[in-house]
Design a protein. Structure first.
Length: 320
């Protein structure tokens, strides 16, 4: 029910009243009819549903277009490939192979090691480990890991420093000073010394005035190890004057230079440093290999290095 104005007196009256209470006219509402809101609600719902459907169609079409654009374009087959495929003869149908009989007892008894060898792929060869090289200042343990145990060693005392000579059968000679590697050299291997027969087991050394390097070397080969060590100690402190050939000039690890003298001619097949002593830097730059030198000095040590007699001098100088 609604309150409306009378069509005659314009006073407020109910829309369902049969007559106006003010002027008495019948049906005061006249042409007024109550409008229902149901059609409006239905129209709004229809428009909403239609909008949702149209929006879904638009979104679906956009996704389909983006997927089509991102997909790779189909590759066309080459005419040559197509022709070769077309000309390929049809593959004959193969009959299924009959079942193989079970292996015999001998075949089944193949050792496991053989089967493993066949089925296991060969491993790639591992690279050989890199061999470490000698460097000055190495300790005795490091050198022993590289070259192994020396065939012979000899030790002498020079002032407060201990000098050790290592010799190997293949000709390598190493010099240690104070436990550190100072120098080394490759020498041709000497043949095994032939023992010389002597009338007496004891060899009497010559007096100091007639002392000669070759006699010392001959004495070393004729004596036993114990006799040689005792004789070498008796040589210490004796002054000698000898001549030889320059084998090499070595720069020492802790500074200074050392002359290596070969007491045999350069034409000798087995040329080694028989006598060693310190020299000045000026003289080290002047000396030439295989040059004849005359020198004098005091014997500091005498060592047996694989059959070679190695003598070290102190207070030595080159005369010419």
């Amino acid at each position: 029910m609604a309150i409306i104005k009378c069509r005659e007196c314009k006073q407020a009256v109910s829309s369902e009243a049969a007559a106006c209470p003010h002027c008495g006219i019948s049906v005061p509402a006249g042409g007024y009819r109550r409008r229902s809101s149901a059609p409006l609600v239905v129209g709004i719902l229809v428009l909403t549903v239609a909008g949702v459907v149209i929006l879904a169609l638009l979104i679906g079409g956009r996704r389909a277009r983006s997927a089509a654009s991102s997909a790779p374009a189909p590759q066309r087959a080459s005419p040559l490939v197509s022709a070769s495929v077309a000309q390929r003869p049809p593959v004959a149908k193969t009959q299924p192979k009959p079942a193989q009989p079970l292996a015999s007892a001998e075949a089944r008894s193949v050792p496991a090691s053989v089967e493993t060898k066949v089925s296991t792929p060969a491993r790639a060869a591992q690279p050989a480990p890199r061999v470490k090289e000698l460097t000055a200042g190495m300790g005795a343990d490091e050198v022993r890991e590289i070259l192994g145990k020396p065939d012979s060693t000899a030790t002498s005392q020079k002032g407060e420093e201990e000098i050790t000579i290592w010799a190997y059968a293949d000709g390598k000679q190493l010099r240690f000073v104070g436990g550190a590697l100072q120098s080394w050299k490759e020498m041709p291997p000497r043949p095994a010394p032939v023992p010389e027969r002597t009338k007496s087991a004891v060899v009497e050394p010559r007096p100091s005035a007639a002392l000669d390097y070759r006699y010392i070397r001959w004495t070393m080969k004729a004596m036993t190890e114990a006799q040689w060590k005792a004789y070498a100690r008796s040589l210490q402190g004796q002054k000698v004057t000898w001549s030889g050939w320059v084998e090499d000039v070595n720069e020492k690890f802790f500074g200074g230079y050392e002359l290596w003298v070969d007491m045999d001619p350069p034409t000798d097949e087995f040329s080694v440093q028989d006598v060693t002593f310190d020299i000045s830097a000026d003289l080290a730059m002047k000396l030439q290999k295989d040059q004849v030198v005359k020198f004098e000095g005091v014997i500091e040590s005498a060592l047996d290095v694989l059959g070679a007699c190695s003598i070290s001098l102190k207070d030595a100088r080159v005369l010419r």
